[in-house]
Design a protein. Structure first.
Length: 149
């Protein structure tokens, strides 16, 4: 599922969810504007309606070129939605450290302390983490703010 690259068309984001697997995926690409993240937040809220507590959020920044600082309030809103729905783990795909748009810092203020955070350099690495989570949940997510090389 994760290894296939989805065509986002002209959109700068997609939101996918699978309540049975307890997974929400947000993918950003290109140059993302505040209106894009505002629309994304609405889609995330809808996706979370069916999501059980303890779900995993995957945020893929592989194809992100840039994101305006004016997107921050909408990113924070997405974080609050996920936290309220009791997200247990956030896996971010950030292949280039220059694409880290401050999500680690914002996470400290908008998620409970019990949420686990993992940053991966590739989608394959993130897929492996999710596969591990399906088979051995207790060992699947590494400690908070872990950076995988």
């Amino acid at each position: 599922m994760m290894n296939e690259v989805r065509d986002l068309g002209s959109s700068t984001y997609t939101v996918e969810s699978d309540a049975d697997k307890g997974l929400v995926i947000i993918r950003y690409r290109g140059r993302v504007a505040p209106a894009d993240v505002a629309a994304c937040a609405e889609e995330v809220a809808s996706a979370l309606a069916e999501m059980p507590p303890g779900f995993c959020l995957l945020v893929d920044l592989t194809d992100l070129e840039s994101m305006s600082v004016a997107c921050v309030p909408y990113l924070e809103e997405i974080m609050r939605f996920c936290d309220a729905k009791q997200v247990s783990a956030v896996i971010r795909v950030v292949p280039d450290a220059r694409r880290d748009i401050g999500l680690q810092i914002m996470s400290r203020f908008h998620y409970r302390r019990t949420v686990e955070f993992v940053t991966c350099k590739s989608l394959d690495e993130a897929a492996a983490m999710l596969t591990d989570a399906e088979h051995e949940p207790a060992n699947a997510v590494v400690s908070s703010d872990t950076q995988h090389d």
